[in-house]
Write a protein that binds this ligand. Sequence first.
Ligand SMILES: NC(=O)c1ccc[n+]([C@@H]2O[C@H](COP(=O)([O-])OP(=O)(O)OC[C@H]3O[C@@H](n4cnc5c(N)ncnc54)[C@H](O)[C@@H]3O)[C@@H](O)[C@H]2O)c1
Length: 371
Amino acid sequence: MGVVGCGYWGPNLVRNFHSLPGCDLRMICDKSTERLTHVRSLYPEVEGATDFNHVLNGANLDAVVIATSVKLHYPMAKASLLAGKHTLIEKPMASSSAECEELIEIARKNGLVLMIGHTFLYSPVVRKIKQIIDSGDIGEIRYICARRLNLGLFQKDINVAWDLAPHDISILLHIMEEQPISVNCHGAAHITPGVEDVTCMNLNFSKERSAIIHNSWLEPRKIREMTIVGSKRMIVYDDVAPLEKIKIFDVRVERPPHYDTLAEFHYAYHYGDMYAPHINQEEPLKNECQHFLDCIKQGTQSLTNGDRGLELVRILEASSASLKQGGAPIKFAPTKKREFSISDRIVTGTPKAARHSRAKNSARKLRLTHS
Ligand SMILES: NC(=O)c1ccc[n+]([C@@H]2O[C@H](COP(=O)([O-])OP(=O)(O)OC[C@H]3O[C@@H](n4cnc5c(N)ncnc54)[C@H](O)[C@@H]3O)[C@@H](O)[C@H]2O)c1
C-alpha cells in the first residue's frame, strides 16, 4: 500500500493502514519535504517519496490511496489505475462527473477496486441510524436537515459545499437509497471572491421527501448535526457529542383525516419519551481502510465504489450550477433504484479465475439494495 498526501487528512490514513494486520504500508508520498519528513518521523520504516511517479513505478505496490486536494484526484487516480493499482480516492471523487465516469471505466476494464472515501458510511453511528430507519421505527421519512459548520479551513479552489457537503450527501443518499429529483443551492462568498463560504442546498426526493444541507466556514462553533424527521418519530444525530450521538424522540404531529367545521379541526401533537441507543465505539476510518483491504483481497465491489462517488459529484455539480443561476432548481433525469448485483464482483487474478468466478456468481445472482 502507498499513501499520497501527508497534509491534514493523509496521516490518518497512514496511521490506519500502518496498523491493520495483513497490510504492508510500504510508501508515503508528499511533494512537500517538510510534511514527508514529519510523517516519516512517526513511521521511519516506511519509505518516503516526493515524486508521485515513484509511487506508481518504483515501489511495486498493489494499491494506492490518494489524499491530495480535489483537483488532483482525477489525474492521480487515472495514473494509478492505468498503472494497475487498486485505488482509494478521498472524497469527493473528482472535480466533475465526466472525470468520475472515466475513472470508473478504467477501473472496470482493468478489474481494479476503485473506492471513494465516504468515511461516514463506515461509522457505527450512521449504520445504527440506517438500521433504525430500515426497521420502520421512525415511520416514513418526511425530511432531513443537516448542518456541518465551523470556522475555516478556507479552501481556494473549491467552495464550502464541495468541501463539507460530501459527508452529508453520502449519508443522505445512503438513507434515501435514491438520487434526488432536483437540487438547488444558495450561497455567498464573504472572504474569497467567487468561493462560497456559506451554502444552503435543497434536495428533493420522490414521495415528497426532502433534505436541507447547510454548510459554512464562517461559524464560531463546530456543528455536525442531522435531524431526520419521520412520520412516527424523529432522530437527532450530533456527531460532536461525546456520548449519546443519536437521540430518538417519540414525537409527531398529525392532521385529523377529515373534519366538517373549522372548530372540529385541530392538530394532534404526540409527546413521548426520548432514548439514546447504545453505539459501538469504532473508528469509521479504520473500518473504511479495512473494507478497502477486504475488497482487494476478495475481489469485490466497495460499498462506496465509483458509482457512489459519481452520484455524489453529480449533486455537487448541480449545486454549483444552481449557485450560478441564483438558486434555480437543477433537475435530474429519473434513475433506477440503487442496486448492484454480486455478479458485478471485480475479479482480479488470471482470466481463467475471472471466468470461473463470474460463472459461479451468476449462478447465485443476488440483487442487493445499497446497504
Ligand atoms: N474523509 C474525510 O473525512 C476527510 C476529511 C478531511 C479531508 N478529506 C479529503 O482529503 C483530501 C486531502 O485533504 P487535506 O485537508 O489533507 O488537504 P491538505 O492540503 O492538508 O493536504 C494535501 C497534501 O497533498 C500534498 N500534495 C499536493 N500535490 C502533491 C503531489 N503532486 N504529490 C504528492 N503530494 C502532493 C500537499 O503537499 C499536502 O501535504 C481532500 O480530498 C479532502 O477532501 C477527507
